[in-house]
Design a protein around this ligand. Structure first.
Ligand SMILES: [Zn+2]
Length: 223
């Protein structure tokens, strides 16, 4: 018993990741730094700096999200390097069509996923803390499109983070303009290495996300 306690303390002090209460191994700052040394693709890139012109509307840094509370202290959008590179390619394609990207959420610290799950248990819409979210791996984006000139959001079938069935990318949409907007977003993102999520037209997973660990690092630590 005593040796277990000592081991636990030693692990805590050294900052080595440990299993959390949902049995998932999460990576903390010191381990993340080491992982970049061995593989630079693990780096979380600040999207605001990496892709100038993209709009940031980080809803979890506001009360405008399904929890009604502020989850993040900072309005930041990070993604792993290959994810950011693929998104930048998509941005180029969208610009040719007169659109610009608007990001609602990108990398999400694991502790936020626990909070979501403990607020709202339906794992159709919130990630299971037993597996973690692809957002936790720095491999997912919640986003929409805006008109490049007016910066006005294109009309989509639902608002972001809607729990309605109309939010499914396969949902029937009567209005041809809205359908085209949604389908354009999905088509261009999938062409650039992402996959839309089955119940959210705004959520895109980077193809190959399985290679990346679940991170529990705050935005403040990444600055
Ligand atoms: Zn998402």
């Amino acid at each position: 018993m005593k040796s277990c306690l000592i081991l636990f303390l030693a692990l805590s002090i050294s900052g080595v990741s440990a299993q959390n209460k949902y049995g998932l191994r999460t990576v903390v700052l010191s381990e993340y730094r080491e992982s970049i040394k061995s593989n630079p693709e693990n780096e979380l890139v600040d999207l605001e700096k990496f892709m100038p012109g993209a709009l940031m509307d980080i809803r979890y840094a506001t009360t405008q999200n399904f929890t009604g509370t502020k989850i993040y202290n900072l309005a930041k959008a990070y993604a792993r390097k290959p994810v950011a590179t693929a998104l930048k390619k998509a941005q180029k394609d969208f610009r040719k069509m007169g659109y610009e990207i608007k990001i609602y959420d990108a990398y999400r610290p694991y502790k936020a996923t626990i909070k979501f799950y403990e607020t709202y248990h339906d794992t159709t819409y919130v990630a299971s803390p037993f597996r973690g979210s692809r957002h936790n791996r720095g491999c997912a984006l919640d986003m929409t499109l805006v008109d490049a000139v007016t910066k006005k959001e294109l009309q989509m079938p639902t608002e972001w983070d809607s729990f309605r069935e109309e939010a499914w990318p396969t949902a029937l949409v009567q209005d041809p303009k809205i359908r085209e907007n949604r389908d354009t977003l999905i088509r261009v993102m999938e062409k650039n290495g992402f996959k839309v999520y089955a119940s959210e037209w705004w959520h895109f997973d980077f193809v190959g996300w399985q290679k990346y660990d679940v991170l529990d690092i705050d935005f403040e630590e990444l600055k």
